[in-house]
Design a protein around this ligand. Structure first.
Ligand SMILES: [Zn+2]
Length: 229
C-alpha cells in the first residue's frame, strides 16, 4: 500500500471510529432513559391529578347541595306542619321554600355535570394507564436488542481503533505531519478525473504531475490531501 492509500484508509477508519463512538453514545442514552416512556408517565400523572381535582370538586358540591336540601326540607316541613297561621308569614315561608327548591334544582344540574366530568376523567386515567403500560412493554422488549447492538458497537470500536493504530504506524512521518495539519474532515480526498473528489475543484496540471510521481499534494481549494484512485 502506498502512502496515499494508507492516508485514505486511515481517514476512512478514523471516520468509522467517530461514527461508532456516536452510535455507542446514542445506544447508552437510549438504554439509560426512554423519553416516550417518561412522556407517557407524565401524561398519566397529569390525568390522575385532573381526576383527583374533579373528584374533590364533586365531593364539595355534594356536601353543599346536601346541606341545602336538608334546610329546604326543614322549611318545607314547617310550612306543611300547620303550626303557622299568620298568612303573611305563610306566604313568606312558601316563597322561601320555592326559591330554595329552584336553587336546588340548578345545583343538582351542576352536580350532574360534575359527575359526568369525573367519569370522563376516570376514563382518561384508564386510557393513560393503558398507554403507559404499552410503552413500558415496548421499552422492555427493545432493551435486549439495544444491549446487543451496544455490545457489537463496542467490539467494532475496539477493532477499528486497533486498525487505525496499525495503519498510522505504517504511514511515513512526513505524511503523518502533513495529515495532522489538515483541519477539514475527512482530511483525504480521492481524485475524481482531474478534480478533487471532495470539493470538486479542478487540480492544476502541475499538481496532477506531482501526484503521478507519488508526491503528496493538497487540494488548492479545500486543503485535503489528494490521493489517486
Ligand atoms: Zn478539494
Amino acid at each position: 500500500m502506498n502512502t496515499g492509500e494508507l492516508l485514505l484508509r486511515h481517514a476512512r477508519v478514523d471516520e468509522r471510529v467517530q461514527h461508532l463512538g456516536a452510535e455507542i453514545e446514542r445506544l447508552e442514552a437510549a438504554l439509560a432513559s426512554n423519553p416516550r416512556l417518561e412522556q407517557a408517565r407524565a401524561r398519566l400523572e397529569e390525568a390522575r391529578s385532573a381526576q383527583r381535582e374533579a373528584a374533590q370538586r364533586l365531593r364539595e358540591s355534594e356536601r353543599e347541595v346536601e346541606g341545602h336540601r336538608a334546610r329546604m326540607r326543614d322549611r318545607d316541613r314547617e310550612l306543611m306542619s300547620g303550626r303557622i297561621h299568620n298568612p303573611t308569614e305563610l306566604t313568606k315561608l312558601s316563597t322561601e321554600v320555592q326559591h330554595m327548591k329552584e336553587r336546588l334544582s340548578v345545583e343538582e344540574d351542576a352536580e350532574l355535570e360534575l359527575m359526568e366530568e369525573v367519569e370522563a376523567r376516570d376514563e382518561a386515567v384508564r386510557r393513560a394507564e393503558l398507554e403507559a403500560q404499552r410503552v413500558q412493554a415496548e421499552s422492555d422488549a427493545s432493551a435486549p436488542e439495544l444491549r446487543g447492538q451496544l455490545e457489537k458497537a463496542r467490539l467494532d470500536l475496539v477493532e477499528a481503533e486497533a486498525e487505525r493504530a496499525t495503519v498510522w504506524a505504517d504511514i511515513p512521518a512526513p505524511a503523518r505531519a502533513l495529515y495532522e495539519r489538515v483541519r477539514v474532515r475527512p482530511p483525504v480526498a480521492e481524485v475524481a478525473g482531474t478534480a478533487c473528489g471532495a470539493c470538486r475543484v479542478g487540480i492544476t496540471s502541475g499538481g496532477l504531475q506531482q501526484l503521478r510521481r507519488g508526491e503528496l499534494v493538497r487540494c488548492d481549494n479545500c486543503g485535503r490531501i489528494l490521493v489517486l484512485g
